[in-house]
Design a protein around this ligand. Sequence first.
Ligand code: NAD
Length: 267
Amino acid sequence: MKIGVVGCAGRMGRTNLAEVLDTTDVTLAGAVEQMNTGIVGRDAGELVDRPGSGVAVGNDPVPLFAQADAVIDFTAPAATVEHAKLAAQAKTVLVVGTTGLSHDQAEEIHKAGRHAPIVWAANMSVGVTLLTVLAEQVGAALGESFDAEILEMHHGGKKDAPSGTALSLGRSVAAGRGQDFDSVAKLSREGQTGERPVGEIGFATLRGGDVVGEHSLTFAGAGERVTLGHVAQTRQIFARGALRAARWAQGQAPGVYSMRDVLGIGG
Ligand code: NAD
């Protein structure tokens, strides 16, 4: 299978590149970055301390989508929308890890999904995918009398908050409780906030250092708390998941799929 990586200079782009180069039954179809990163023209292997791959980093995604079986995209919201349109035109599998998309940008991904198989998940790890299932089940079992609060921490370079993973955990709790997420989500708090409404799903964000990603979901009831959590110790867990998603999506009908679909857990 021929895999392309867009945004290959980024933290996740480099991790995806290394994962593709280290995996024997897939080949690197191409790697694309923005000109201002200073790496266009360099060998993709050298970028991640691997032997020369014979693939020079390009800055035009169009030929990449034409020649790859799947493209892995962990970039930025506007770039991901453009990549989704290219995937739709070329009917190429797209694996999207990008977070922080607006409602309109998300709609564009769903439009592209009418023409090509797209796997889109805020977190490609096995552990967090399982956690979303548990969040839904625990939310359903405990109901609104247990206050749901989500705390996340990431490195200081992260551009969106709360994290896409935190939001997807919140959506899972809301789904389990039969709530409309947007009506009950409290994405941050400060000042005279008033009392916490029953049924609210609260978020708190920490940023700093080189933290890959940590999430905890607390259900606080009268006299007891239940806490579920996940710690990402390496970005490789996301890259492994992305490659697994690319393999799984090959041959699927057009559509937007989740990591739950890829791993076959949680319905
Ligand atoms: P980063 O800023 O280190 O990397 C982003 C890269 O995308 C940069 O190198 C940038 O130059 C490149 N880029 C931006 N626009 C581009 C374009 N038009 N064409 C080509 N390249 C372009 O960020 P990161 O830490 O690697 O994270 C990237 C995204 O992935 C974020 O949205 C983050 O939240 C998300 N993420 C998802 C998962 C997951 O499992 N789904 C895990 C980690 C990070």
